[in-house]
Write a protein that binds this ligand. Sequence first.
Ligand code: MSP
Length: 644
Amino acid sequence: MKRDHFYVTTPIYYVNDKPHIGHAYTTILADVLARYYRMLDVPSHFLTGTDEHGQKVWQAAQAAGITAQEQVDRTVIRFQDLWKKLEITHDDFIRTTELRHKKVVQGILQDLYDRGEIYRDEYDGWYCTPCERFFMEKDLVEGCCPECKRPVEKIREANYFFRMGKYQEWLIEYINEHPKFIQPDYRRNETLGFLRKELNDLCISRPKSRMAWGIDLPFDDQYVTYVWFDALVNYISAVGYKSDDAQFAKWWPASYHLIGKDILTTHTVYWPTMLKAMGLPMPQTIFAHGWWLSGESKMSKSLGNVVNPMDMADRCGVDAFRYFLMAEMSLGQDASFTEEAFIRRYNSDLANDLGNLLSRVMKMVGSYCEGKLPLPAPDALNGKDEADLWAEVQKAVAEMEKTLQGMRLDLGLAAVLAAVRATNRYLEIKQPWTLAGQDDKGPLHTTLYCAAEALRVASALLSPVMPGKMQALRSTLGMDETKTDFSRLQHFGLLKPGSEVKTGDPLFPRIRTEDAPAAPGKKEPEKKTMPSTPEGVALISYDDFMKVQLRTAKILNAEPVKDATKLLRLDILVGKERRQIVAGIALHYKPEELIGKTIIVVANLQPAKIRGIESNGMLLAATSGAVMRLITTDGEISSGIPVK
Ligand code: MSP
């Protein structure tokens, strides 16, 4: 994939309040994309900023008893501090109160006015103060604002209008001819649905007598510019429109405007018609993501369930927070943020799979190879297990590139985690702890080196999402390069044998649910004590118990059973023996979460057929109401070990 440039933007955020998870999400997403494109060596530009004019900011200032300028100067710092904390690598931060922006907005207004694209008219309409928008009588829904459903106010005043309506047919045609212009597809259909009604001209002024906090209209000093007409222009004023032609030619049109689904109309109707009137090319893609919900409900201040990103980063670590947001939301759709979901994903992907793999490899290199990366066999990839492992790693590289283009980073990340699990599985199969006892150290060295190579590639693929932790991982591997480069990921053998690896604290210490810090305002769960001897349970003798052979087993593979919503078919390794079992855990675990786990099975159970599939053993799990948890081992141990 070769692009000549990559220019990504976030919405510019209102500075009427502190940042929340919605702001953090879009900005992290833009950051992750920009970091990937930099890795691909595509010249990239990442813009974010703040929307500092308009009624919302004005009202917040009034409520705080300060001037609007004081309000914006104070609040912008909270955004800038958060971006520092979240390791956001924007190339530019634009504030709409900056002169460089105001001059461009005024230049555009004057030009459109001179060309008759903006005209003055007496207006009779309904105004929604929270939405800062005018509506015609016919647009109202039961006499209220069609957007927010709140009461509207009848207003008659002279204003300035942009001839948006005349671009309606052109816009419909443009959208139809450019399927990538509005993404995902269902958002394109939403805009086309909106355009089925007659498109009115857009009121782009506000009389100062009502609200003076805005950019002065250059042709009438009694008015300021409507906040959206001002704000949207940031995407071009920041990259040199009307001020630096070379810079503007370099970056415009934007590759992606990332937005939330609630600001679709302003971005897919107002903005394209404004650009068309200015004679400028359209951005390549306007991508609307879904909303983060708190559990099942909308986040709102009044419900007190708004997730504060600063808090989350403090409590869970910046990288884990970034990873959760990117892995959990399937781009476009809504996603649910809960503490439980966070801990589950953290423990399974980061602590169990990735963190555990790193610490196993490092410990073994420490104990068996004097802490130096061993030299693999020259034909290492000729071994079947090694070739399979490397194929899985390369699949992750290809998937990441593909899903980056298709904006499905969640799937790209899942492919990387699959490669990590494949590496854990590879170690189970090769058993380096057994190989270490052999005189010929060749197989041991090849195994550890191949696992380290898999970690090199996986960490590079994850580095845009978890920059700090992946840098730490790479330095543990003895790598000193600071810049990761996609082109190096297809080559095997780039780690230097002999380089010293480091051991240290676990990269992602497991969160025990009982240790999880309670969110502010959330009650600590009550600790329950279990009775020591459950009543009515018959006691059995030690000999009876010993009849049951419990063994550790490693899950090599897991897949759903066709037409059985509750069942999964598992391939497990019990010592050297491969077995298949069928387990009723599909409602509680996704197949990919299970791979690599060490579980406990009843190894001497008579085989049974479940849905026509033979099951050779039974796994142990604890069930409480709707919750089921597998019984696993507390740390690393081989499979096939008796449990007593
Ligand atoms: N200032 C305008 C944007 C102008 S862009 C030229 C604005 N600002 S905002 O601060 O209110 O919202 C910024 C973004 O946050 C929007 O994209 C909105 O969709 C997003 N979110 C607000 N709450 C959200 C969630 N709960 N989840 C995800 N994003 C949400 O609108």
